[in-house]
Design a protein around this ligand. Sequence first.
Ligand code: ATP
Length: 219
Amino acid sequence: MKRMAFYGGSFDPLHNGHLAIARKLVELFALEEFVFIPAFHAPHKKNKQPTSAFHRFAMISLAINSEPKIKISTVELDAPEKPFTFETQTKLTCELTDTAIFFVIGADSWQEINTWREWEKVLTLTNIIVVTRPDFEIGFSHVTEKIREKIVDLRTGNQDAKSDSRFTIHDSRIYITDAVFLDVSATEIRRKIRAGEDDWREPVPNEVAKYIEKYELYV
Ligand code: ATP
């Protein structure tokens, strides 16, 4: 059975944290494909005004062009109504019937997952991979017992999820991994650019940094 991961977010801009997650999860979960899904806007981040979807799409494309297994999808950008995550998951599970689907979120998203629209559906429609992030705890008290039963904690040394016996095609799991632990944030990158701080490029893929400069984004 084919394994694919989907990673939604604003990617405003895509940074090395996002890219490290893609590369590492391809390896750990033996994925055929890892797909970035730029959001039209993040429905749960109501007060944010993201950069044009065209720019965000272009930046991801530039960063992954030489990575055969890492792709980008327009599934949310093409949707007539800005979809919520559970709607995208439903669409993908209907279309990819022969595929084990994993949705990827960071620890900060996990902590506020119960504020997402239909959050229990989000956590049961597909497998979930939660990736650790500096400054964000991974707690479990905000989810129900039924959800907690789905958790497979890979943080205890055995990072190899390829042969995890708890993986099953019949029921979804929530995997927690600390295989990536990078202190990078898009908000901080935007703040540094606006403030004229030169070291903003460090956590940004080279091609993305060139694009940001060329189109004078975030100034
Ligand atoms: P912002 O700082 O504006 O919130 P971000 O850096 O979190 O942006 P998003 O596009 O919002 O970037 O992130 C998409 C997804 O990636 C979210 O689920 C987020 O939790 C996760 N993520 C982003 N950066 C990291 C990181 N360094 N480590 C782990 N997860 C991350």
